[in-house]
Design a protein around this ligand. Sequence first.
Ligand code: SAM
Length: 438
Amino acid sequence: MFSPNDNLADLAAEISSNTAIITSYLEKNKLPQPTFAVNSPRSLPEAPEVQAARMALIEAATKIHHLAVGADEYIWSQALTLKHDQSVIDTLNQYNVWDAVPLEGTTTYAAISAKTGLAEHALIRIMRHAMTTGIFTEAAPGSGQIMHTAASSMPARFAIQKAWIGHNLEEVAAGAIYQSKALRMYANSQEPGEVAMALALKDGWAADKTFFEWAGESEREGEAKGWRVRRFGQAMESAANLGATKIEHIHAGFNWDSLGEATVVDIGGSVGHASIELAKKHPHLRFIVQDFAELEPQHNALVPSTVRSRISFQPHSFFTPQPVANADVYFLKHILHDWSDKYALKILRNIIPALKPGARVIVMDGVLPPPGTAPLNVERLLTSVDLQMMLGFNSKERMAGDWIKLFKEADPRFEVKGIVQPPGSAAALIEVVWKRDT
Ligand SMILES: C[S@@+](CC[C@H](N)C(=O)[O-])C[C@H]1O[C@@H](n2cnc3c(N)ncnc32)[C@H](O)[C@@H]1O
């Protein structure tokens, strides 16, 4: 958290000491140092001491940047630059400039313009701004020879990042502009369609529709109906590959091996990336992934042959009663945060008729920490997701007490056994056990 006692000298010392921890770890382990070059490592090692130093370094660097800009200019310059920072990424993505620049060597503005159809005069200005944030660079300043940086190469190398950018900058960012208007119109609504994103995107999104219903009806030339749902599925897959939202954190928050031979129903499991990850490490577990039928082809394409016999896909809406009775675990990863309490309660109560005594509901979702108690960039990630939930879904990220209250209200027979936050993860695993009827 920003404190009145933070100052340039202390922050500089903090930056220096944490940089030393990271660089000496890399040197000792003969690992490459991160740079802006395309061949830079994608991320720093997972070793806890490196990650702790990285968190402290990001926090100190953020604060020192703020102090160096100065109070007078800080908000003023944020208001000027932030919207362009995101609009240039959006345009680079919509015109797929990522793929128009070679991963090795350089190209010219004229060649990128010819490949993408983006007018050269606009392209030059858009890329100049992007370059001020480390996205693309010129081989020599003013040379007009464009090359990737490590960051700009990511959507080119990992295409699902384009879906994450598209969902965030075409849909969520459009809604962000309408946030204050939505708050005036719908102050205390719990309805998923009475949100800023619906005001912004209109286009058939009625107030009684959810983002998912609206996205399911989306049409675009050359694509089958529901392209936004499929893109959203890829966006979730991309989050599952990265840092604090990386899918691997799923193993640390619950002892999956303690289940023995067991069936896990992955409710709202999207294309199935969580079930696939669990299936790879836990051969005694079987999975049923439930989500919209539109996602089944992507699911089938994603499941590796090694685990195919233990994972199936079942089209199912969680607003109807759970069709798989007596499973051992009903898993809800990043589902309940999409819904206001009114609808989260309906989702939970729809599972109840299927529950056998001792069955578990395991939730993997953000648990918002008290302000200032998590590393700054983890807290920013969670507050960003919280606002994303507000403007797209009228829902929220919940604090530990909110989760306990939600389950108690859904049914007193739900018992929250534990909330575990795996180190480095933005999401916690909440273990809930269905108690025997008394
Ligand atoms: C935020 S995503 C989470 C996906 C996945 N569990 C994960 O963590 O990556 C929410 C998921 O809920 C699904 N969903 C939305 N409404 C649904 C409904 N009524 N029934 C089943 N799934 C639904 C969406 O298609 C999407 O895959």
